[in-house]
Design a protein around this ligand. Sequence first.
Ligand SMILES: *Cc1c(COP(=O)(O)O)cnc(C)c1O
Length: 444
Amino acid sequence: MDTRTAPLLSSPIQELLSERTSLSDWVSGFGSPLHVVFPAQARENYRQWEDLLGRAYGSCKIQFALKSCKSSALLQAFAKAGAGADVSSAQEIVSAFVNMVSAHDMAMTGPAKTNHEMALCLKHRIPIHVDCIEELRRLLDIAGWAGDPARLFLRLRPGSEARSRFGMSPDQIEECLNLLKAAGVDQIGYSFHLNDYEMSSRVRELGRCLQLARRSHAAGFRCCGIDIGGGFPMRYLAGFDRDTYNNGPLWSGRCASGTYPYAAETYGPFHAAAVIATALADPTDLAFLEAGNIPILLQPGRSLLDQCGVTAFRVTELKALDENSQIAVLDGMSFSLSETWFGSDFVPEPIIINVGNRAPRTADLHTYLVGRSCLESDVIRKRSIRPSNGISAGDLVVFVNTAGYQMDSNESAFHQIPLPRKLAAVRKSTGWAFHLDEQGSREE
Ligand SMILES: *Cc1c(COP(=O)(O)O)cnc(C)c1O
């Protein structure tokens, strides 16, 4: 395997891959591709986040962003460990309820809420993140019959994303405060969500929120929280040489790695804790938060799911291209590996499990992985792989660390092929216990 893209692996995943037959049996039983999630890992991740954040600031609240993975088992594992949920639709609210998250621990952050969704949040007293002043007006109208706004957060437009269509400028925030005062709402929080992975931008935005919170406190509002959003980078690789990757060989000749920081030095909970510790270096800010018992909320999706899942595709066919290269057609489609949304590869190299028995298996050929659909663009990996033990029909191609966005963000039943199943697997002393991961199914 090209060491520059060899993925980091947890020990349970290493064990599962080295056993070979469990995963292959599951794919035979439940179809290809098959997603496997690990709720025990989710629990462990949550504890690590909580521990590291707690050292940076005493009152942090983690709300798992549901859109990053639709797994019921993982959500339940997070919720039972104490996490809240970041939801964006009525359907995600239902999912959070069914999987043990209380209304109090949810945050409705979707930027385009329907009246029905806002009323639902008001009825259940789910905190609402207001995206724009027009939305706030609509919300205050609905509050007339659906119930008083309990905890509202005003979303800031980050300074580094001046042209974003999400969030508000300082002037618009000011206008919201006037509306809220007139409506008799005296409790608000501030939030933002960044699209880059820079620590400095997050520190800066947290600083802006603190300033706003102190200012509105002086104007008579109580601050119910500061929400620093999600988007903390996840570490997939020990190191990554992007140029080598992009120089191919590539199926379509274009740059294929995208821009994701696959080998981020400060990642996940370490990144989040460092942001908070740096922003709270000023003792007056810290004293303000502590005096008001003001929580800092975070909504990680992807980075909370580190090592929480793998996706296995069965090889259907190998087609010769030329003497140095071939195509492996996988039983599945690129819709099941969502990085392809952005026209780029999911870079961590898949692991080949040789369980097929069709000869010949030629080692070291450049092999491109493609999906089974009728679309030329259905390419699962543009950068070739060169499996050291070769690859044959019937083998498994296993992508690891796929729980964050790579499983079901843009899956499709194209050609009427059913959506891939998910299994939740737990390592026991006697082997793996597993169950189908469906809405509301028990955790283990
Ligand atoms: C998508 C999103 C998140 C989660 O982002 P990750 O990159 O998965 O951590 C959190 N908050 C908001 C508002 C989002 O849109």
